[in-house]
Design a protein around this ligand. Sequence first.
Ligand SMILES: Cc1cc2nc3c(=O)[nH]c(=O)nc-3n(C[C@H](O)[C@H](O)[C@H](O)COP(=O)(O)OP(=O)(O)OC[C@H]3O[C@@H](n4cnc5c(N)ncnc54)[C@H](O)[C@@H]3O)c2cc1C
Length: 385
Amino acid sequence: MTSPADHLILRQRFAEIARSVVLAEVAAIEDYHWPQKSLQALADSGLLPLAIPKRFGGLGAGMTGMVIAGEELGRISPSASLCYCMHVVGSAVIAAKPSELQVEKYLLPIVQGRHLTTLALSEPGSGGHFYEPGSRLERAGDHYLVHGAKNFVTNGGQADSYVISTLSEQGEAAPGVFNCLMLDRDTSGMEWEGSWRGLGMRGNSSINLHLDGARVPLGNLLGEAGDQNWYVFEVVAPYFLIAMAATYLGLAQGALDLAMDHLKQRRYAHSGQSLAEDSIIQHRLGELWIAVQQARLLIFHAAERGDLGNPDALPFILSAKVAAAEVAVRTTNEALTFTGGSGYRDNSLLWARLRDARAADVMAPLTDVLKTWTGRALLGQPLLS
Ligand SMILES: Cc1cc2nc3c(=O)[nH]c(=O)nc-3n(C[C@H](O)[C@H](O)[C@H](O)COP(=O)(O)OP(=O)(O)OC[C@H]3O[C@@H](n4cnc5c(N)ncnc54)[C@H](O)[C@@H]3O)c2cc1C
């Protein structure tokens, strides 16, 4: 856990990198380049172990730290934010119950700023239902052989390791019951496919991975038999949800920043008035700002409850991503209206933000699924029916 004073310092560190290195890389990111310089700057600044507990040498900033990171990075580049946050999620999953070997092999290099990880759960077969993997593993001496496919892997081909999910060894598992294990870069039997050409989130490198008997050492299995549900619902899902909520919150705030700059600058020749002086615009901007702040408060509240291990954190965490997705789409839409023809005409940054925002609803867990899960959590019903 970190204190409010630590949070202020963290915010300054992320904001500084966002406004220098990330901003300078935005044009390349929008041209489908993975944010290599931004990630390197974050590594050089000692920010890779953000969510790794202090007992392993990390910053111990948890989910709250990740919201701060996502807000500041996402404000300038949602892609850079997502690439970084997916690393933070992956590192939090590794740090949840690491063996000595995993501390040595993964956590230490992350703490030293020389290892990037990420999460590769989604599969073509189960789509947005990431908790239903079809990938399977079989034991072969001192290794597992992993067979299957992952898709939309953010940081795909760029990270040093990948947290993947597979069905248990028997090949049959109830929903939510699977293994998490580490796949190292350049493992034999893994092959990347294609390049990322998404509508938005263009710097993500969210590409497809084929696993054809990928040889994974037994020691790469995370946790012990029977831990799988604990991993999914206590570590993977909360961190994953807050990572996305943080990024889309930053995105919404960034769109608001761009709109406000325009409203102050745009002045009519016939009246001499700026758009900022128009009472309808003032009213609509006020409404939009309130919506962003409501989402922001929910997201921070959810992250804080998650960090404290509060037993009723779940509905807050589930709904945090819903709130972020809805406010990101609304804010970018309305911000584009505020900027009128000029925002629409040019290949503007707001246009890019509008495209980025549309990923929020389609990235798992899906918005509709999360609303149902929130209701189930409130009613004490099992999340997976
Ligand atoms: C930019 C981006 C980055 C990503 N990064 C990662 C990553 O790093 N790691 C990773 O593991 N995955 C990642 N994903 C994958 C993502 O989380 C989803 O798995 C993927 O987008 C699902 O796509 P699909 O076409 O298979 O969706 P489908 O499952 O086919 O769903 C299509 C649509 O059907 C509707 N739908 C489906 N099921 C339901 C339901 N039960 N209730 C209501 N509506 C429903 C929804 O509207 C949904 O959008 C990423 C995706 C994107 C777009």
